[in-house]
Design a protein around this ligand. Structure first.
Ligand SMILES: Nc1ncnc2c1ncn2[C@@H]1O[C@H](COP(=O)(O)OP(=O)(O)OP(=O)(O)O)[C@@H](O)[C@H]1O
Length: 370
């Protein structure tokens, strides 16, 4: 297997004191790797070490089997662009000037931009929609605007690999999505390889080909999002003790209000989540049901209700469970029904299955057709 990027037996840290050892990373060209982990776990330290801003305490970083240490600064800058959170020192520079500094590996000694360089600057600014700031003083723009300008600078550097430290932390939801779309586009069109750190786990789950979990002293796991977002794993990695995080939906909830339910919430299909959260904010213990365990309301109900009546997905709800829910309801002072209608989907699905069976189709293995 030919890897584009490899970190072998990497040891990183400060003042000759190892922080994290035995880091192993293997990425194919065009893959996106996300570093996640608690505050102070070592994500930035790993990124800075890969970017040669921190001296390696051990091991090596290879780009297409070539040791990164053997490259000159200019050679490295043609291959690797870096976007770190620190505000660069820029006196009286416009945003466009800052983006244009991304061209320095390509310009001559005096940094004069050619027509091709100007084109690259323009294209990069267009890609992240920052042309409107081109003449603004870089020192006087917002944190989110700065993050986008620095991304434009990295893009116009036309690197093969991009390193980003918490690139989305100041972006609003529109620009977070736009940022990830730009990354995906560069990945698909130009084969750009990306290593970034993120605090937004829901973004990590969506954009990453691989995720590296850092735990302060070691790399706890490197895996696909499916492997990393397994039930209970990240709650443990981040040592969540107040409230909860549901790995599969990437939803987080504050702690449930404990106590005998005062209100019974009939919910389902996502109709109840906001009511559960309102009751939690008001400090009212509540029961929720009846829900299948794959219902959209289930993660929030499980995290926030003091009593939950649920059944395994698509299994018939037993009379016994219904009876228990009714007894619980007897003790409540109020019932809130969040559902406006009760679905007919299950009946329709049953009919669909019966139809399939009548045609002799239902026994076939769906896996064969994907
Ligand atoms: N210049 C430095 N000298 C010595 N120790 C440092 C230095 N910078 C960071 N550290 C320490 O190294 C550890 C890892 O820090 P790092 O910034 O890599 O964590 P991080 O995972 O990026 O954290 P965060 O999510 O809070 O940004 C921390 O304990 C931090 O205090």
């Amino acid at each position: 297997m030919a890897y584009y990027f490899q970190a072998k037996q990497l040891c990183v840290g400060y003042q000759n004191q190892p922080l994290i050892q035995n880091i192993e990373i293997e990425l194919k060209k065009g893959e996106i790797l996300t570093l996640i982990g608690p505050n102070g776990a070592g994500k930035s330290t790993i990124l800075k070490s890969i970017a040669r801003q921190l001296e390696l305490l051990g091991g090596s970083v290879l780009l297409e089997d070539k040791n990164l240490q053997s490259l000159s600064g200019r050679e490295l800058a043609k291959k690797m662009a870096v976007v770190f959170t620190k505000r660069p020192h820029t006196e009286l520079m416009t945003c466009e000037d800052v983006v244009a500094t991304g061209r320095y590996p390509y310009t001559g000694r005096f940094g004069v931009l050619s027509a091709k360089d100007h084109e690259a600057v323009q294209e990069a600014m267009e890609a992240v929609h920052v042309l409107e700031f081109r003449d603004r003083d870089f020192a006087k723009i917002s944190d989110g605007q700065r993050q986008r300008i620095l991304l434009a600078r990295a893009i116009c550097q036309q690197p093969e690999i991009l390193l980003l430290d918490e690139p989305t932390s100041y972006l609003d939801i529109k620009y977070k999505l736009e940022f990830l779309s730009v990354l995906q586009e560069l990945q698909k069109k130009k084969g750009l390889t990306v290593i970034l750190s993120l605090h937004e786990l829901e973004l990590a789950a969506r954009v990453s080909d691989r995720i590296l979990c850092v735990d302060g002293a070691f790399v706890e796991q490197v895996g696909t999002p499916e492997e990393v977002f397994r039930p209970g794993h990240l709650s443990k990695l981040f040592q969540i003790t107040q409230g909860s995080f549901e790995e599969e939906s990437q939803e987080m909830e504050l702690a449930a209000v404990k106590g005998t339910p005062e209100i019974f919430v009939i919910a389902g299909n996502g109709s109840g989540r906001n009511t559960f959260r309102r009751l939690q904010r008001e400090g009212i213990p509540f029961a929720a049901g009846l829900l299948w365990e794959n219902d959209l309301d289930y993660p929030a109900a499980k995290a926030l209700s003091s009593r939950l009546f649920s059944a395994p997905a698509f299994e018939p709800v037993s009379e016994e469970l219904l009876e228990q829910a009714m007894r619980c309801m007897d003790g409540c002072r109020k019932v809130i029904c969040c559902r406006e209608s009760f679905g007919t989907l299950e009946d329709a699905q049953k009919r669909l299955l019966a139809y399939a069976k009548a045609r002799g189709l239902s026994e076939r293995d769906a896996q064969k057709y994907v």
